[in-house]
Write a protein that binds this ligand. Structure first.
Ligand SMILES: NC(=O)c1ccc[n+]([C@@H]2O[C@H](COP(=O)([O-])OP(=O)(O)OC[C@H]3O[C@@H](n4cnc5c(N)ncnc54)[C@H](OP(=O)(O)O)[C@@H]3O)[C@@H](O)[C@H]2O)c1
Length: 257
């Protein structure tokens, strides 16, 4: 039983992806463009966005910093005016630096909070009035399996991703009666600029194109959560439900940390 209205026909659908100059966001934007959607891509990098538009005719680039609430509002108003509506808004902007409590960096922790979580609130502030007015559309937040439970080195990143999962669940309760779908995306490891810094072998690593395929299939099927690749994330899901003693022991053993 689908938890959201299925999005089966992308033709002419207006989709806005924030965090789409590289990686998962860009690959998802490309896939939706190929399926016939009218794609709007946002991120800070003007050059990255323009390169996308050149390769994907009919798409629109709006450069912005997601931590700037006014810029997010102005972008949503521009899309609603120029395209007439917003059918799907996706928050995939993200920032990650490994951090442990023994080298706590408050500024960097707050940077994670601003980009990964507060930026998502800015997207809500910008698109909720449009979606509620339409009484249709879909909101999707890109979290991570590292939001399920605490992990070593994820002191700054993990809590922001946990917050996004909780936020998506709260939104689901409030928006389904208004005809608006809500989903949360929890990838395992995906080969993007974000994970280039990892100096260890990432289990179950997939390409950004493969991640985009799983995400779009999830929207089409009406899922609330998309987690992938299942060969990795299914184990993380099981671990997220075990008792604390077993959880800490298993993660210590798996990571050596
Ligand atoms: N890769 C993985 O293994 C993995 C796993 C789980 C979850 N995720 C999540 O997936 C999402 C996409 O990450 P990715 O792996 O595709 O990394 P990525 O290639 O580094 O993409 C991050 C995107 O966010 C944009 N961005 C960063 N700061 C921004 C800001 N302040 N305002 C607007 N846009 C901003 C970046 O563009 P600009 O720099 O041009 O602004 C870029 O388009 C993130 O939320 C990440 O946490 C990734």
């Amino acid at each position: 039983m689908p938890l959201n209205p299925r999005i089966e026909n992308w033709s002419g659908k207006v989709v806005w992806l924030v965090g789409a100059s590289t990686g998962i966001g860009r690959a998802t934007a490309a896939r939706l463009h190929a399926a016939g959607a009218r794609v709007v891509v946002s991120a800070r990098s003007e050059a990255g966005l323009q390169a996308f538009v050149q390769g994907h005719p009919g798409s629109l680039a709006i450069a912005l910093d997601a931590t700037d609430r006014d810029a997010m509002r102005a972008a949503a108003e521009r899309i609603a005016t120029e395209c007439g509506r917003i059918d799907l808004a996706v928050y995939c902007a993200g920032y990650y630096k490994a951090m442990r409590a023994t080298a706590f960096d408050l500024d960097d922790a707050l940077r994670h909070e601003q980009v990964n979580y507060v930026g998502a609130l800015h997207l809500l502030d910008a698109v909720l009035p449009v979606l509620l007015r339409q009484r249709s559309g879909h909101l999707s937040l890109v979290s991570s399996v590292s939001g399920y439970r605490g992990l070593p080195k994820a002191l700054a990143y993990g809590p922001t991703k946990a917050a996004l999962i909780n936020l998506a669940e709260c939104l689901y309760f409030d928006l389904t009666d208004h005809g608006i779908g809500v989903s949360v995306v929890c990838p395992g490891y995906v080969d993007t600029p974000l994970t280039e810094q990892n100096d260890y072998k990432m289990p179950g690593l997939i390409s950004a194109d493969e991640a985009a395929r799983c995400i779009v299939e999830g929207w089409q099927a009406g899922h609330f959560e998309m987690h992938f690749p299942k060969r990795f994330t299914a184990w993380v899901k099981v671990l997220s439900h075990v008792g604390d003693w077993l959880y800490f022991k298993a993660i210590r053993q798996a990571t050596g940390l």
